[in-house]
Design a protein around this ligand. Structure first.
Ligand SMILES: [Zn+2]
Length: 216
């Protein structure tokens, strides 16, 4: 992956739920797979530009300006993903890179035409809500799998748009919409055991922290 730029950071904070609650540097590090000093450095820049607010020991949250900027990018990114999967039959784990490039050359008008052409999809292939053309559309389902209690029944609502994560989930046949019971949390951020239909699957803590679920 190329060194993430300012826009990538805004998008990741948005995806990690930064429109509603604080996102920690550790979460950003995990998701973008970069070092702590790079994250801090970029956070200083985003603070100076009024894209985020920072609460000591809690993390960062998007300002209205940050949320607007992120949601415009996320809208274009997710519309292209829907197009690639639905119309060009790309698998869901292979659209991120393409959408990453396309979002930067997409005008507002093109995004709106694409939206109409696709019949106004609500979510991307990874379960992310597609923001509307006029402003914010907060991401829902922001609670990750690592925050759930043992023996809870959950449905996977959304997974982070990340090639490695998607490849990993595909290899385990884990998809958006599936229902599992959380059987076991490994100690010290160990693997998490999910069960469905008497079959167990183990996923790493890192992957689980980028899988967003709802309790059912
Ligand atoms: Zn997506």
């Amino acid at each position: 992956m190329m060194t993430p730029n300012k826009e990538d950071y805004l998008k990741i904070i948005f995806e990690l739920g930064g429109t509603e609650h604080k996102v920690t540097n550790k979460q950003i590090m995990n998701s973008l797979q970069i070092s702590a000093p790079s994250v801090s450095e970029m956070m200083t820049k985003l603070l100076k530009d009024d894209y985020i607010v920072h609460v000591p020991y809690k993390g960062v949250q998007l300002t209205e300006k940050g949320e607007n900027k992120a949601s415009i990018l996320v809208r274009k990114h997710r519309l292209w993903e829907v197009f690639l999967v639905k119309k060009l039959e790309f698998p869901w784990n292979e659209v991120h890179e393409e959408a990453e490039v396309l979002e930067h050359v997409t005008s507002r008008e093109l995004a709106n035409k694409l939206d109409k052409f696709l019949d106004y999809p609500k979510t991307c292939p990874h379960g992310g809500v597609i923001p509307s053309d006029h402003g914010q559309f907060p991401e829902k389902n922001n609670l990750s799998l690592v925050h759930f209690g043992k023996l809870k029944e959950i449905r996977i609502k959304r997974v982070l748009d990340d090639k490695e994560l998607l490849d990993y989930l595909s290899s385990l046949e884990i998809k958006v919409g599936q229902v599992y019971t959380v059987k076991e949390y490994g100690i010290y951020e160990g693997p998490i055991t999910l069960e469905h239909d008497r079959k167990e699957k183990q996923i790493s803590y890192k992957a689980a922290s980028n899988i967003f679920v709802e309790e059912i």
